[in-house]
Design a protein around this ligand. Structure first.
Ligand code: UGA
Length: 444
């Protein structure tokens, strides 16, 4: 049965979830306080780059199954099921997550609930948040205990957001065991199409559901930093981290995914989530349990420094006046997101050390220019690389992987390349006359 759904927050998570729920057959209203974003979405335009999202969005805006508003009252009158998909960024100057946007949704929507409603939180939050919000909701909702809150963490990856929303590898629903209400029943109705396909459906308590999400991201971050730590040892010992990752990845218990050594992780999730997790563990008196995440963070941040130092070394000791072409600004391919992007961070550091940095990214240049207006942005790979003393591949876009090394050699000043994502076929570049430097490889 189609549900009437409101999704609060229309960023990478909320906009995708709203469109995904419409695709599943539900009637959906997306809500945001940012009227410029809502205007775009109403016209069927996605305010960020996410492959495939535009098609789904337009289809359902046109069919009338998906609407957008800045008016929470309109959403409250319309919907029976509410999702929270607003951001929980890192607080300024500390590790903890900033909960103000999540809290604002409850404070705004709670007093408007005059008939039974189920609210499912999707945002990544510190453990304990859902129980606090559930209690607050009961206090402020006119309908009282018939306003029920559960947690339904989201595991979508940017770049694959539509696919991950429509075909998740698992669904997790957190409910208060003392007061389960209708949450599981409503979640089963919303996700009926996925349950028919036997998607694993895990119903657990609120705290566990919150911890599932941060633990998953902490594990992924740890896996990346593990291989990057080994890359450091490879660099010092003349070993090759890519061959090593292939070899250990064949062990099913280890697995090859997320063993890509390079510039390390960035984005709006992994870095801030591990920090918020450490902060919360501290509050709970178990900070020692997560001390290792500090090292995960340190290894990760060292990769950026390593690449800047490598760049300095390969151009002869000083970056002053050196033309460096940086290919990539997004934190990963298939995204225009530059939040905590290793690529942009390194481009900025090279610039601050006096290099003449020219950045090209297929999708992220507008966002990158907003963060680093003093960098030079080129309109193509060729324009960024013309006359360059050094080329740095910082995001593994397919477009960069398919560059013809011989053709690019004719454009640059010096055929030197740092493969910051180990995404190029080294031998092809060496054969075309390039000095090639990988990450955690002999030459790096
Ligand atoms: C991550 C998780 O993968 C999602 O499951 C989760 O839902 C999401 O955070 C979130 O919390 O919202 P995402 O931030 O889109 O998703 O990006 P990932 O694909 O996880 O990549 C994160 C970073 O790790 C990127 O900078 C990527 O370049 C880097 N990475 C990834 C590596 O350096 N090496 C690898 O082998 C894999």
């Amino acid at each position: 049965m189609p549900e009437r759904i409101a999704v609060f927050g229309t960023g990478y998570l909320g906009a995708t979830h709203a469109a995904g729920m419409a695709e599943l057959g539900h009637e959906v209203i997306g809500v945001d306080i940012d009227s410029a974003k809502i205007d775009l979405l109403r016209r069927g335009e996605v305010p960020f780059y996410e492959p495939g999202l535009g098609d789904v969005l337009r289809r359902h805006v046109d069919s009338g199954r998906l609407r957008f508003t800045t008016d929470a009252r309109e959403a409250a009158e319309f919907a029976d099921v509410f999702f929270i998909g607003v951001g929980t960024p890192q607080k300024e100057g500390e590790y903890a997550a900033d909960m103000r946007y999540v809290d604002d949704v409850i404070e705004t929507v709670g007093p408007l609930l005059t008939r039974p409603a189920v609210i499912l939180g999707k945002s990544t939050v510190p453990v304990g948040t859902a129980a606090r919000l559930a209690e607050r909701l009961r206090e402020i909702a006119p309908v009282g205990a018939d306003a029920q809150l559960g947690w339904n963490p989201e595991f979508l990856r940017e770049g694959f957001a539509v696919e991950d929303t429509l075909r998740p590898d698992r669904l997790v629903i957190g409910v208060d065991p003392e007061n389960p209400g209708r949450i599981e029943e409503v979640a089963r109705s919303v996700y009926a199409a996925m349950l028919e396909r036997n998607t694993p459906f895990i119903v657990t308590d609120l705290a566990t559901s919150e911890l599932v999400k941060v633990s998953a991201n902490a594990f992924l971050a740890t896996k990346i930093s593990f291989i990057n730590a080994i890359a450091e040892v490879c660099e010092a010992s003349g070993a090759d981290v890519t061959a090593l990752a292939d070899a250990i990845g064949y062990d099913e218990r280890i697995g090859r995914k997320f063993l890509g050594a390079g510039l390390g992780f960035g984005g709006g999730c992994l870095p801030k989530d591990i920090r918020a997790f450490m902060a919360r563990a501290g509050e709970l008196g178990v900070d020692q349990a997560l001390t290792f995440l500090r090292e995960v963070d340190n290894v990760n941040m060292r990769r950026r420094k390593h690449v800047v130092e490598l760049a300095t070394r390969v151009v002869g000791g000083s970056l002053s006046g050196i033309h460096v072409a940086v290919l990539g600004a997004a934190f990963k391919p298939q995204s225009d997101d530059v939040r905590d992007s290793p690529a942009l961070d390194v481009a900025g550091s090279l610039h601050l050390r006096g290099a003449d940095v020219r950045v090209y990214d297929p999708e992220a240049m507008r966002n990158a220019a907003a963060v680093w207006p003093t960098l030079t942005f080129a309109q193509s790979i060729e324009e960024a690389c013309a006359g360059a003393d050094l080329v740095l591949v910082a995001t593994e876009w397919a477009q960069f992987r398919s560059i013809d090394p011989a053709a690019l050699a004719a454009t640059v000043g010096q055929p030197r390349i740092i493969d910051g994502r180990n995404c190029l076929v080294a031998q092809d570049w060496i054969d075309a006359g390039w000095e090639y430097y990988g990450m955690g490889r002999h030459s790096g």
